[in-house]
Design a binder for this molecule. Structure first.
Ligand SMILES: [Zn+2]
Length: 403
């Protein structure tokens, strides 16, 4: 894994592109999602990687002790053999991001073999991936009780603290990992995370209990659609040949536009246009994960770009992935809605992320704590961004008839 500028990969990239008058800025926001082992925590525009570690088997050096336990088990207990089978079954499910199913199996395995740290560690991960951070931390603690300093459980505990915005605690746990595993392949990365977290600590807007996260989304400049561009002209690609696309996705995208407009108390408005060339915002769908990833970023659900000059957004593009990143399954309408809300938040000017895992603009929407609706803080943040704009008395009907 490569690192750039001392920061971990999966960071929010901000490139200046030189075009014509050299004054345009493009801000690229990779879509957010969980990738089995790794999450991007984009905190206050500081790219911070959150590591999530799965115990992949019993032959890893780190769980060598457990491996020998299992060797022993084969000849001793039917229950322990069963626990091993369940562990393997759950591992496959975790790899497919089917955390809920994995959780049920690992709970059974933990009953059969309560003293196995690897089972507790992966059970913790299953909880973490299904949004229950409290229970996840409880299971990582169980693993650490059985196997003090277990590297995966240590990293995952750090990740949990990071995901709930307890940065100081996250730093302490990451440091503990570095101290105990100075030569592990991840150590360099973990050191970079510590550095990035230390920088982000105390930055304005990082407190997840504030009424809004305005400071987090304006840390590197404030971007707005100028009032002269209203209503914003939106083109939505019909996605005729896009694999896994469903008509309900189109609806989810429209509802997401409506939700953000309403949150500005109708200070923003949009119209749909039939021609791409007329549009300010171009929305497209893709079934190819590569199209929502950029070099040195890892993203899954979508990608948003804005092109701005002097803080005024001139043009924006959004691309949403129609299928899961890691398998051939399908995504739910709720998942698509969350991705649409998140990416549209970026193109409407929210250039950063919330540290509160109940906000749609949290760094990942792949957690059950994020619902497919705007939170109070999401609404308050965009309302504040456009508070000086006049309310549009009669919002324009959302469709411009073809000419
Ligand atoms: Zn984002």
């Amino acid at each position: 894994m490569t690192l750039q500028n001392g920061l971990p990969v999966f960071s929010l990239t901000q490139d200046k592109i030189l075009r014509g008058n050299k004054a345009y800025k493009t801000v690229t926001t990779p879509g957010q999602s969980l990738l089995k082992r790794q999450l991007a925590l984009l905190n206050n525009l500081t790219g911070v990687l959150l590591l999530v570690h799965l115990v992949a088997g019993f032959n890893l050096p780190v769980v060598a002790e457990t491996a020998s336990n299992f060797e022993h088990m084969r000849t001793t207990s039917n229950e322990q053999t069963q626990a091993r089978q369940l562990f393997i079954e759950a591992l496959l499910l975790l790899r497919e991001n089917k955390a809920f199913a994995a959780r049920q199996i690992l709970e059974r395995a933990a009953e059969l073999e309560p003293d196995n740290a690897a089972i507790h560690c992966n059970l913790g991960l299953a909880y973490q991936n299904s949004g229950n951070v409290t229970q996840a931390m409880h299971e990582f603690a169980n693993a650490l009780k059985l196997k003090p300093n277990m590297p995966e459980a240590t990293l995952n505990t750090a990740g949990c603290y990071q995901s709930i915005g307890k940065t100081q605690e996250a730093i302490e746990w990451y440091k503990k990992y570095v101290h105990n595993n100075p030569h592990a392949p991840e150590t360099k990365q973990v050191k970079d995370i510590i550095k990035a977290l230390e920088i982000s600590l105390g930055k304005p807007g990082s407190d997840p209990s504030c009424a809004d996260y305005f400071d987090s989304i304006t840390g590197e400049g404030t971007y707005r659609w100028p009032s002269t561009s209203l209503p914003i002209k939106v083109f939505i690609d019909p996605a005729e040949d896009v694999e896994a696309f469903r008509e309900s996705f189109h609806q989810a995208l429209l509802e997401s536009f409506d939700a953000w407009m309403l949150a500005t108390q109708n200070r923003l408005a949009y119209v749909l246009v039939q021609e791409k060339s007329q549009a300010n915002i171009i929305c497209e769908w893709t079934s190819n994960p590569q199209e929502v990833s950029e070099a040195n970023t890892q993203s899954e659900r979508g990608m948003a770009h804005i092109y701005a000059k002097d803080g005024n957004i001139r043009h924006a593009t959004v691309k949403i992935l129609t299928r899961p990143m890691l398998d051939q399954g399908s995504v739910s309408d709720d998942d698509i809605k969350k991705a649409c809300l998140h990416e549209l938040g970026h193109v409407l000017g929210l250039q950063g992320h919330s540290t509160n895992n109940h906000d749609v603009m949290f760094f990942t929407v792949d957690t059950s704590t994020v619902w497919p609706v705007l939170s109070k803080r999401d609404k308050a943040t965009i309302a504040r961004l456009y508070e000086k704009y006049p309310k549009l008395a009669d919002p324009t009907p959302p469709v411009v008839p073809p000419q």
